[in-house]
Design a protein around this ligand. Structure first.
Ligand code: PPS
Length: 283
């Protein structure tokens, strides 16, 4: 399908034309960061929208109206998308970003603001991104899963290499006020994960408000909330949605045994001695 979007490289990272501009990315590097800023960092398809929902609800003390009246991007914008107005938000600014470590505003590296880095097992990331590219107009449709898997492993996808992203963020973790959290932890125990996030942010919720946060952050409720499921995004076809399956281990329905073994070997080589562990299935 022909469209007006293309990937382009800026400082070793792939961005989307007409969405990201180099002028704004330059400006962002030196933008002022406030003590009260909270930014969830993710590689694409690792739990960004989930964090938009969780952060909104925590900061509204579990008020469901906060996630029912406004699109997730309007409440918790991507910092690197100029039209989303991160810079003009009032404090506390809640935001998300897929930016690699080297392009993040330098102010954050002075331990100003708080960062929550959410990561997901990369086999599920690649599957989720594959379906997303088949669905959304602004990214090219892959010719096959196998071809897409190769592109992912070579970092020839939006935001480039998953390996570089997680490694660089983790290596430089001491420069930030940062919490690392996995998609799978959120999925396996959402309540405990929300409590962990609250503790990190210094927010206290009573049991009732915590219950409301958890309820409105479940996949089932988010999927039927048009403000969270991005029903307004331009898509290539009617079937499909932003919130697709929301499970751990869907890669098993897509990878062949050979692809899985090859992927495991690359993970082992690229992440030798990397301390964060990944959860590959829900058992
Ligand atoms: S994006 O486009 O990068 O912002 O996508 P992102 O939000 O990072 O990731 C989308 C995947 O996260 C899943 N998701 C959830 N899973 C479980 N529970 C909840 N509440 C939830 N919210 C979002 C979403 O379904 C995408 O994963 P897949 O595997 O494609 O379903």
């Amino acid at each position: 399908m022909s469209h007006n979007y293309d990937l382009y490289e800026y400082k070793s990272c792939n961005f989307i034309s007409n969405i990201h501009t180099t002028e704004y990315l330059d400006e962002l590097t030196n933008t002022e960061i406030r003590d009260t800023d909270v930014i969830a960092i993710t590689y694409p398809k690792s739990g960004t929208v989930w964090m938009q929902q969780i952060l909104t609800l925590i900061f509204s003390n579990g008020d469901p109206a906060a996630v029912q009246n406004k699109l997730a991007v309007e409440r918790v914008p991507w910092i690197e998308i100029p039209t989303m107005c991160f810079l003009t938000q009032t404090s506390p600014r809640l935001a998300v970003s897929h930016l690699p470590y080297h392009l993040i505003p330098v102010g954050l590296k002075k331990k100003t603001g708080k960062v929550i880095y959410v990561y997901r097992n990369p086999k599920d990331v690649v599957v989720s991104l594959y379906h997303f590219q088949n669905y959304i107009t602004l990214l090219d449709t892959p010719s096959s899963f196998d071809e897409f898997l190769q592109s992912f492993l070579e970092g020839k996808v939006v935001y480039s290499s998953w390996f570089d992203h997680i490694q660089n963020w983790y290596t430089h973790r001491n420069e930030f006020n940062i919490l690392f959290l996995s998609y799978e932890e959120l999925k396996l125990d959402l309540r405990k994960s929300v409590q962990k996030i609250c503790k990190f942010l210094g927010k206290e919720l009573d049991d009732e408000n915590l219950d409301t946060v958890v309820k409105h952050c479940t996949f089932a409720i988010m999927k039927v909330n048009p403000m969270a499921n991005y029903e307004n995004v331009e898509s290539k076809h009617e079937s499909g949605s932003f919130l697709r399956k929301g499970i751990i281990g869907d890669w098993k329905n897509h990878f062949t045994v050979a692809q899985s073994e090859m992927f495991d070997q690359i993970v082992e080589e690229r992440l030798k001695e990397f301390p964060l562990k990944f959860i590959w299935d829900s058992n």
